[in-house]
Design a protein around this ligand. Structure first.
Ligand code: VG1
Ligand code: CO
Length: 544
């Protein structure tokens, strides 16, 4: 095995965003582009002699990238690589495998909910030994290396069969091709009441899980149809495709329309299923859908927190909970009632890692259809669906009944996110700068018929490692707890995406349409930021 040292030149813009480095496939196909980033990881994190987990969501370019990374790992002295068969490992499965096998880190190949295929997106992310996304300190260091890199190391070829389970040698390095589902399925069986869920299915209840032709398919099929006895065919779009069937693998009401139609009774031959769910490209997001309601992710976190002790893995209660800043305060109300801490972090799962490691929180979530717990260090789509199935099976209540009972007890936080995608980057920055400039004048003034109580640019001081993260989103909070939040996306690959998050808490009026309940805030959010004037956009491209 000859190690080659290949001269290279730095590329601009290899800065990881909210969740790794995401670019168009065509950008990743440039010679040396992926290699530079991977070498920057090896130069930043000492992985000589280490065990590394490797896999991706199966999108176009996944297999090419797996081969390159295995050859670079061998050249950089890695001792052992655990790679998912076919190059497939969901994001939560990577986290699970890192933890279970005591690996030193992992590389995940995914652009998550972004579309795939030759014209779609690709991405790469480094996870640390706790199984979670590398914190900013490490991603900043990786980025610094990419700016000055002059060479990378690689071996010419790696002889192993990615499609056949087993142990291979690549020079001195071991490559273990592992079943992508086994470790994850075993962990799920430790957390949930499989007997109760099995009995629920055996009683004739039905489920539709839309894997959106992405990574959750094999996991959902094994667990739901295989181990839990859901009728074969309950998992739809269950085979991962390189282009996700041409769809946007994003489980939200805008992109999982077939599922929503089925749950409203539209296309199902025997009426709507009892339980609806979907997951994203790399299986870390989830959407839970009842016959009547789509469960908003913020509500999902709150309902799970309130009922966690019904799930065996959480029977002893929760140490605390955490939510990203734009996520609604529904879970805060539950935490207060339970007498546990509730942490507010910046957007992105990496900010939950320290809190989870320190045992300060058990559950965490984001408004972007992300929910998770201390069982791994990533958000976890199939896990969230099993949580809800466990609650439904244990209580005998439907998704809609659980949700309505929750609102009746704790009040309802009407919530919506309006995205203005692919807007001009200069205009987007001007909009945010304009809001920042206005902040000092806002407190005490009236907007949407209410008084503004707080207006700031959210900053976070990590209570564990004391790192400081500034400029994490503009918050406008009203006297009654309503909020408007603005931030720019850190995962897009086309211009800029402005996200406007809207929240209105209500104690008594519980059955309004969310967009109607939020109408005054929506109008105010457009006016305050002059969205139309600065971006030319009359309306958002996606509403969730
Ligand atoms: C988005 C979401 C954020 C999530 C991130 C990664 O980031 O808002 O909550 O953690 O995607 O999710 P941004 O910066 O575009 O708003 V995943 O499932 O795409 O890895
Ligand atoms: Co994802």
């Amino acid at each position: 095995m000859t190690i080659q040292t290949i001269p290279t030149r730095a590329f601009d813009g290899q800065k990881p965003g909210t969740s790794g480095l995401r670019k168009k496939v065509t950008v990743f196909q440039q010679p040396h582009y992926l290699e530079n980033f991977v070498q920057a990881v090896f130069d930043t994190v000492p992985l000589a002699g280490a065990t590394l987990v490797l896999g991706g969501d199966g999108r176009f370019h996944n297999r090419v990238a797996v081969d390159t990374i295995v050859r670079m790992a061998a050249a950089n002295g890695v001792a052992r690589v655990l790679v998912g068969q076919g190059g497939l490992l969901s994001t939560p499965a990577v986290s699970c495998v890192i933890r279970k096998h005591g690996a030193d880190g992992g590389i995940i190949l995914s652009a998550s909910h972004n579309p795939g295929g030759p014209d779609g997106d690709f991405g790469i992310k480094y996870n640390i030994g706790n199984g979670g996304p590398a914190p900013e300190k490490i991603t900043d260091a990786i980025y610094a290396v990419t700016q000055t890199i002059t060479e990378y190391r690689i071996v010419e070829s790696a002889e192993f069969d990615l499609d056949t389970l087993g142990r291979y040698s690549v020079g001195d390095m071991i490559v273990d091709v592992i079943d992508p589902v086994d470790d994850y399925a075993e962990l799920m069986q430790q957390l949930f009441d499989f007997d109760a869920i099995r009995a629920w299915f055996a009683a004739g209840h039905t489920l539709r899980f839309d894997a959106m032709s992405a990574a959750s398919g094999p996991y959902a099929t094994r667990l739901l149809e295989g181990l839990l006895g859901a009728t074969p065919g309950s998992v739809v779009n269950g085979v991962p495709l390189e282009d996700f069937g041409g769809h946007h693998p994003d489980p939200n009401p805008a992109h999982a329309t077939e599922l929503i139609d089925a749950m409203r009774g539209g296309s199902a031959p025997h009426g709507a299923p009892d339980f609806g769910a979907a997951s994203d490209g790399d299986a870390d997001r989830n959407m839970v859908v009842g016959r009547k309601h789509n469960v908003s992710p913020s509500d999902s976190l709150a309902v799970l927190a309130a009922n966690a002790t019904l799930i065996p893995g959480y029977a002893n209660g929760l140490a605390g909970v955490a939510r990203s800043m734009p996520t609604s305060c529904a879970v805060d109300v539950v935490a207060e009632e339970l007498g546990i801490d509730c942490f507010e972090t910046p957007t992105g799962w990496k900010f939950f890692g320290n809190l989870l490691d320190a045992g300060k929180v058990t559950l965490c979530g984001e408004e972007s259809y992300g929910t998770g717990s201390d069982h791994v260090r990533e958000k976890d789509g199939v896990w969230a669906v099993l949580c809800w199935l466990n609650l439904v099976a244990k209580t005998g209540q439907s998704i809609d009944e659980l949700l309505e009972a929750h609102w009746a007890r704790f009040g309802r936080h009407y919530y919506s996110r309006h995205d203005f995608e692919a807007i001009d980057t200069v205009a987007a920055n001007a909009l945010v700068d304009g809001l920042r400039a206005k902040l000092p004048t806002l407190v005490g003034s009236q907007l949407a018929g209410k008084r503004i109580a707080l207006a700031d640019d959210f900053a976070y001081d990590d209570p564990i490692d004391h790192s400081h993260s500034a400029k994490q989103g503009i918050r406008i909070v009203f006297d009654d707890g309503a909020r408007i939040v603005y931030r720019l996306s850190g995962t897009g690959t086309d211009g800029a995406t402005l996200r406007v998050y809207l929240e209105q808490p209500e104690r008594d009026r519980l059955d309004l349409d969310a967009q109607e309940a939020l109408a005054p805030l929506i109008a105010a959010s457009r006016e305050l930021a002059d969205i139309k004037g600065l971006t030319g956009r009359e309306a958002p491209t996606v509403v969730t």
